[in-house]
Design a protein around this ligand. Structure first.
Ligand SMILES: NC(=O)c1ccc[n+]([C@@H]2O[C@H](COP(=O)([O-])OP(=O)(O)OC[C@H]3O[C@@H](n4cnc5c(N)ncnc54)[C@H](OP(=O)(O)O)[C@@H]3O)[C@@H](O)[C@H]2O)c1
Length: 384
């Protein structure tokens, strides 16, 4: 039986995870739920699943829940609350579905405490890199990727050593601006960037999909998860989002992973691994006529993807610097303080300006994250 803590239960991945839990009551139970600001949705999730441990973003929201819940769970708030949920003694599986590097400490602590951690929060892998593996090794934790491309690679690689394969390819839908000319992309609006053609997701990852930064973060994530060099990870644009990843072997052949573009599938894969059970998603409809297309990404129109490869090659704290700059730039874009094209300019500025240092400890990563945020905020101010 998997006893779950869902960190980020009110988000897109969190709510999909609860649907998977509903489909498997004999295998999955909820012990802890944690969210940020959406206290109303968290309240209704608590009434439906009765978690024994609950955390929310602020003390005020925790007090509000205490007065408005029909039962009395342990109530926590803030970063300490995330840790209380992840480390609750009855929890053996943590779904890390918070957005941004705010999820780093709880992911690391859960791995160090020997939990299975189903990581949707790609930023913690990008920022923390090998430190996440070290935490898992030290504490006996198990790291499983929820991102659809990485869950696909996990299935395709099936424990193979990275030297036995030539490359992996993750697919990208190409986002809403896949076939837009550069000049039009440069002046894209918030509404246009939030209009993703194939995936319904939270706002930050949706903007990252429009810049292809999301794919860049996933390139770094693939390298971290599977011990691959930058030359072993490639991206193919596949607008239909049905093939999620491919593994290329030394003889020139490839294996592909195919499934519907529904995050409940990779979530269920991680939660029930290694079992495959019928779940909330129908089997792939092969008899419906459809065409798949594949093309190379255009780094001139989508420079964030190139910046991610650069950060991966530079190594050390470079991915953390890029991720922090991007979080600041995307938030500023969503607030109307930056234009769409400024996001890549901010990311490039931070990589150019702050030298990367070797990755030593979590504290050092958090220092790099803070320094990059400070500089990026300063850069945003000069543009507004
Ligand atoms: N959505 C997808 O299809 C998808 C696919 C692959 C990977 N991912 C990754 O999964 C992660 C989550 O994405 P999402 O689309 O689910 O995001 P989302 O819809 O924006 O949800 C984010 C969740 O995190 C919570 N949260 C944010 N900051 C928090 C904090 N400081 N403390 C506690 N809770 C906090 C939010 O709570 P409130 O809403 O209550 O404030 C919400 O529950 C991201 O790293 C993303 O890249 C998502």
């Amino acid at each position: 039986m998997r006893h779950l803590a869902i960190l980020g239960s009110t988000g897109s991945i969190g709510t999909s995870t609860l649907e998977v839990v509903r489909a498997h009551p004999e295998r999955l139970s909820i012990v802890a739920l944690a969210a940020g600001r959406n206290r109303d949705l968290l309240q209704s999730q608590c009434e439906a699943f009765h978690p024994r441990c609950v955390s929310v973003g602020s003390k005020e929201a925790a007090d509000w829940l205490r007065s408005n819940l029909s039962y009395r769970p342990e109530l926590h708030w803030g970063d300490e609350g995330l840790l209380a949920c992840a480390l609750h003694p009855e929890v053996n599986t943590v779904v890390a579905a918070i957005v941004g590097s705010a999820g780093l400490a709880s992911t690391e602590a859960a791995l160090r405490a020997g939990r299975r951690v189903c990581v949707a929060n790609k930023e913690s892998l990008v920022v923390g890199g090998v430190l996440m593996h070290e935490a898992a090794l030290a504490g006996g934790g198990e790291l499983l990727p929820v991102d659809s491309e990485h869950a696909a690679l996990h299935q395709l690689l099936d424990g193979r050593d990275s030297t036995t394969i030539r490359e992996v390819r993750i697919t990208a839908s190409g986002g809403p601006f896949r076939d837009w000319p550069l000049a039009r992309i440069q002046t894209a609006t918030i509404a246009e960037a939030l209009n993703h053609p194939t995936w319904k997701m939270g706002p930050k990852i949706t903007i990252d999909s429009a810049t292809l930064m999301n794919k860049g973060l996933e390139v770094i994530e693939a390298s971290v998860l599977f011990g691959l060099t930058a030359d072993q990870v490639a991206v193919t644009v596949h607008p239909q989002s049905q093939v999620h990843a491919m593994v290329g072997f030394h003889d020139g052949s490839y294996q592909l992973q195919v499934c519907a573009n529904d995050m409940k599938l990779p979530i269920q894969y991680c939660l029930l691994y290694p079992d495959k059970q019928p779940g909330p998603v129908a089997p792939y409809p092969w008899d419906e006529a459809r065409a798949w297309t594949f093309e190379a990404p255009d780094l001139e129109r989508f420079p964030c993807l190139g910046l991610a490869f650069r950060a991966l090659r530079e190594g050390g704290t470079a991915p953390a610097l890029l991720n922090a700059a991007n979080e600041v730039a995307v938030a500023a874009f969503l607030q109307g303080r930056l234009g769409f094209w400024d996001i890549q300019a901010c990311n490039q500025e931070i990589l150019d300006r702050i030298p990367a240092t070797p990755l030593g400890s979590l504290a050092q990563v958090l220092d790099a994250d803070r320094a990059a945020r400070r500089h990026a905020e300063g850069w945003v101010q000069t543009r507004t």
